[in-house]
Design a protein around this ligand. Structure first.
Ligand code: NAD
Length: 282
């Protein structure tokens, strides 16, 4: 267990991230002195160093670890010594633990969504889920759904090839799950209605309003999860809630990825309610 926390977030356009505040408030509540820096790679002093340079600099300065976000979650892998099983399965890293000269890559987005799902949609039917979006976050969510007991997963992406590759990847990594891609979610839903729907496209973000599925396809018996969390209540969740669906907002994934990262950085258990309260207060 560490007595201090020194960490940071590497990415671009990360100025509004709530992750530093969550880590520092949790550290403070546990009596640790902490510093969690936003390491925006658009800053000239960092863009010159590049990802490899900034990783080495942080390591040399004694950082316990780093979170990694857009656009580095895949590029960082070749700079690491080992990967956790989840990071290897997803093929992306959002958390790097720096320990005794070694760099260990984890994917806490996967566990973050899974934990949010287990807590927020406890007892929901898990036979069949529809996943909208097979991009970076969608890959982690697909594996998380498998870990939450989803038996069949239908994947939609406006880029059909991505949906197909993800279906193959999930079938390979989680052999208990039957995963398939589809171009026509409407026909699929009518033929074989899912128990629930997860949005992992950017649709619904403040700068990209709307939703990636026709509202008429959502039935009251379905649960509906979004991973977009700005705004917290997306159009999809508003529509679903109005129909009487159980809903799961994207804030849970954002909080629980940080909960697990804190535990990896410090070796201490984090109090998730406290980290959620910090997230919500911002
Ligand atoms: P990405 O760009 O890698 O992937 C998005 C995917 O959605 C792409 O494959 C794209 O083709 C597809 N898509 C876009 N519009 C679509 C539509 N209308 N129908 C079907 N497919 C469509 O982005 P990402 O990194 O996967 O992130 C997606 C969103 O997830 C982000 O906007 C972000 O808000 C959110 N996110 C949340 C968390 C969290 O912790 N809650 C974590 C990561 C990302």
């Amino acid at each position: 267990q560490s007595e201090t926390l020194l960490a940071g977030l590497i990415g671009r356009g990360i100025g509004l991230s709530r992750t530093p505040a969550m880590h520092m408030a949790e550290a403070e509540a546990q009596g640790l002195s902490s510093l969690y820096r936003l390491l925006d790679m658009d800053a000239p002093e960092r863009s010159q160093l590049g990802l490899a340079g900034i990783l080495s600099a942080c390591e040399a300065c004694g950082f316990d670890g780093l979170n990694v976000t857009y656009p580095y979650k895949i590029d960082v892998i070749e700079l690491l010594d080992t990967l956790s099983d989840n990071a290897r399965a997803v093929g992306a890293v959002n958390t790097v633990v720096l320990s005794q000269g070694r760099r260990i890559g984890h994917n806490t987005d996967l566990w973050g969504f899974a934990e949010s799902f287990r807590r927020g949609l406890e007892g929901s039917a898990t036979d069949h889920a529809l996943l909208l979006g097979a991009g970076g976050a969608g890959v982690a969510v697909a594996h998380a759904l498998a870990d939450c007991g989803i038996a069949r997963l239908t994947i939609v992406d406006s880029d059909r090839g991505r949906a197909e590759r993800l279906a193959e990847q999930v079938s390979r990594n989680r052999p208990g799950v039957t995963a398939q891609a589809t171009d026509d979610p409407g026909a699929g839903i009518r033929r074989d209605p899912p128990d629930g729907i997860v949005n992992a496209t950017p649709m619904g973000m403040a700068k990209l309003p709307g939703m990636a599925i026709d509202a008429a396809l959502i039935e009251p018996a379905m649960w509906v999860a979004d991973i977009v969390y700005f705004p917290l209540e997306t159009e999809l969740l508003r529509v679903a809630r109005a129909k009487g669906c159980r809903v799961l907002p994207g804030s849970g994934m954002a909080v629980f990825q940080a909960v697990r990262a804190f535990e990896l950085f410090t070796g201490r258990a984090a109090e998730s309610e406290r980290m959620a309260a910090t997230f919500e207060a911002l």
